[in-house]
Write a protein that binds this ligand. Sequence first.
Ligand code: GDP
Length: 300
Amino acid sequence: FERLKAGLKKTTDGLVGRIDALVLGKKEIDADTLEELEEILITSDIGVKTTVELIRSLEQRLSRNELKDGAALRGALKDELLARLLAHHTPLRLEGTAPFTILVVGVNGVGKTTTIGKLAAKYAAEGRKVLLAAGDTFRAAAAEQLEIWGDRAGVSVIRHQEGADPSAVAFDACKAAVSRGTEILIIDTAGRLHTKVNLMEEMKKIHRVIGREIPGAPHETLLVLDGATGQNALSQARLFKESAGVTGIALTKLDGTAKGGIVVAVSHEFGLPVRFIGVGEGIDDLREFEPNEFVDALFQ
Ligand code: GDP
């Protein structure tokens, strides 16, 4: 928890610091206070839709005389944020299917390779049999990075030559996973900037190949987003949700940004569960997302 708190410090100082400067010590809450709060929330990447909803709920509480002072407003906001995070929260459950197949998507630079590496290390440390597939065949560096993470975690990586067909890598990886008794197969994909049409085509093909080899796979299509990119992350979420059948989100680099409010925007605006958050570059800095813990760390 201390590590999470440290990782979210910039958001705590930025977002919650500004909220505290507004509300703490206030003996009375009025419509102006809520208007100022709205301004803070909108500029902190919580998202317009979510902010409008939050403020509406707080207005109702105000009219019911529930917001007597600044401390009550702070507490109410924390509750409202938590309720919205919990509404979409489902942790990733790996039980019941093997090989549980995770297809990882996202644009270059968001932390996709690092996230896969951290996941592989985490699952391997739990004693599970993991296999990685270097499906980003457009960047030799991506496959090399993945192998470095694989070595570190004691996990094998299925890799083809640069420029090979990503679906062929996925196909080989599925075959290998089945024959080796792998429990968790994690497949990387190319992170080029996509148009909607070519992303859809690429995803359809890879889904078809994987689904033919492993019934029901991919069991999770995990979109990796860079939490520090604010509105860009939201437009990527929209594109990939519509084109790639995304079922969960990993939000990285929250340690480097005061825009941690993006966690709320992504899950609430798209109805997608945030499965993991990245709060540092270390192997232990990918955490399973847990709304209670997250909100507590922010509003300590
Ligand atoms: P990819 O192009 O999407 O595969 O991105 P990489 O995995 O290579 O990551 C790009 C950079 O982001 C690397 O320097 C990573 O160490 C860094 N990175 C990834 N996740 C996090 C995180 O949660 N926090 C921080 N501070 N850096 C991260």
